[in-house]
Design a protein around this ligand. Structure first.
Ligand code: SAM
Length: 343
C-alpha cells in the first residue's frame, strides 16, 4: 500500500480524472451551451504515451483510481489503446469511464477487452424530445443502446449520472430511479453546478438534494441513508424499501470539499487541484522537455502538499451567487470550461 500524500487539509491524493479530449458530440445546456468554442490546439493534446506516463507518476504517489472523461472521451480515437496501457501500470487499481453513451455501443467490447473496469453513463432525461432540446441531439436512442451494450458485455456497478435542472427534468426524478432499477444501474442525481461552461447558471434552476429526496420518497416510499462507504466518494447514497440504491451529489447546496481527494488533468496536460480552480499546474512542458518520472513526481508532491482549495464551499458561501465565468472569460481561457476540465 502506497502511503498517501496529504494536502494542507489532510486530504490524500486520491482519484485522478484524465480528460482525454475537450471535444463533445452533445451541446448540453448546462455544460456547452454556446454556439462556438475555442478548442485546445491539437499539438497541445497529450498523446496516449504521455497520459500513461503521467498516470504512472500519479499512481505511484497514491492516485490509483483513474477515470477517463472529457469532453466526450469516446471521441478520442482508439481509446481502448489508452485503457490497455493504463491497465499495465501496477499501481493503477481501477479504470473507469464517464461517457454520454452516444458511441458506447460501438466501443464497449473493445474497452472491456482492454481492461476497463467500470462505466458511468450520463443521461438526464428519458424523453427523446427533451434530449433534442436540451443536448441538441436526436440520438437519444443511441444512449439507450450504449447502456444495453455495456450490460450485455458484463460490466457491473454501472452508474447513471443525471443532472437535475428545474423546469427541465425535475419531473423525471422518480422515473429515472425506475429506469435505473430495471437495468441494475445506480442513478446518481447531480445538483446543477455553476462550474465552467454553465453560462446560464442560476440558483433558481438548482434542484437541491432535499428536493430530490422528496421527489423520490413521494413515489418510492421511505428513503434511508446507506452508511459506510468511502468518505471521499462524492455521492451520498440512499436505499429504498425494496433495496434499490441511488445517490445524490450535492456539490452546490452541500459541498464535500473537506473530503475531496480528486484532481484532474486536462487534455493538454494542465493539472487542476479543484474543479473550481482558477489555474492549474502545467505538466505538459516538463513532460515534453524531458523531465524524469522522479522530477514529475517531485512537482506533484510539492504542489499537492500546498493544496488548500475548497472551491465549492467558497462558492456556496458567496452571497448573491451568479455564474462563475461569463462567456468572455471562458473564451480567453478555455481551460476553465467544464468540457476541458472533465466533470
Ligand atoms: N461527456 C461525458 C459525459 O457526458 O458523461 C464526460 C464529461 S461530462 C463534463 C461529465 C459529467 O459532468 C456529466 O455527467 C455531466 O452531466 C456533468 N456536468 C457537466 N456540466 C455540469 C454542471 N454544470 N453541473 C453539474 N454537472 C455537470
Amino acid at each position: 500500500m502506497i502511503p498517501a500524500l496529504r494536502d494542507l487539509l489532510g486530504r490524500p491524493l486520491g482519484s485522478l480524472r484524465l480528460s482525454v479530449t475537450d471535444r463533445c458530440n452533445l451541446r448540453c445546456r448546462y455544460c456547452m451551451p454556446e454556439a462556438e468554442y475555442v478548442w485546445l490546439p491539437r499539438s497541445s493534446i497529450l498523446t496516449f504515451e504521455e497520459l500513461t506516463r503521467l498516470t504512472r507518476v500519479f499512481a505511484t504517489l497514491g492516485a490509483g483510481k483513474v477515470r477517463l472523461t472529457g469532453g466526450e472521451p469516446l471521441l478520442r480515437h482508439s481509446l481502448d489503446r489508452l485503457v490497455a496501457g493504463l491497465r499495465e501500470l501496477p499501481d493503477v487499481r481501477e479504470i473507469a469511464l464517464t461517457t454520454n453513451g452516444l458511441l458506447l455501443a460501438a466501443h464497449a467490447a473493445g474497452l472491456k477487452a482492454a481492461g476497463l473496469d467500470r462505466v458511468t453513463v450520463s443521461l438526464d432525461t428519458l424523453r427523446p424530445d427533451r434530449f433534442l432540446r436540451f443536448a441538441r441531439s436526436p440520438r437519444h436512442a443511441d444512449v439507450l443502446e450504449g447502456i444495453a451494450a455495456q450490460a450485455a458485455l458484463g460490466f457491473t456497478h454501472t452508474k447513471l449520472n443525471s443532472v437535475v435542472i428545474r423546469g427541465f427534468n425535475d419531473d423525471e426524478i422518480a422515473d429515472l430511479v425506475d429506469f435505473a432499477r430495471a437495468r441494475d444501474l445506480e442513478v446518481r442525481f447531480i445538483e446543477y453546478m455553476d462550474v465552467g461552461g454553465a453560462t446560464g447558471w442560476s440558483m433558481a434552476d438548482v434542484v437541491s438534494r432535499d428536493e430530490i429526496l422528496a421527489a423520490v420518497a413521494k413515489r418510492h416510499g421511505q428513503v434511508d441513508p446507506v452508511g459506510g462507504g468511502s468518505p471521499a466518494a462524492p455521492a451520498e447514497r440512499f436505499r429504498l424499501p425494496d433495496g434499490t440504491t441511488f445517490g445524490i451529489i450535492a456539490s452546490t447546496t452541500a459541498p464535500f470539499c473537506r473530503a475531496c481527494d480528486r484532481s484532474r488533468i486536462t487534455a493538454d496536460g494542465t493539472w487542476l487541484l479543484c474543479l473550481y480552480a482558477e489555474d492549474g499546474v502545467d505538466l505538459r512542458t516538463p513532460l515534453r522537455d524531458g523531465a524524469t518520472d522522479a522530477e514529475l513526481a517531485a512537482l506533484v508532491r510539492d504542489r499537492w502538499a500546498r493544496r488548500a482549495d475548497r472551491g465549492a464551499e467558497v462558492r456556496a458561501a458567496m452571497p448573491g451567487r451568479g455564474v462563475l465565468y461569463p462567456i468572455e472569460g471562458l473564451r480567453a481561457d478555455p481551460r476553465r470550461e467544464m468540457h476541458t476540465r472533465g466533470g
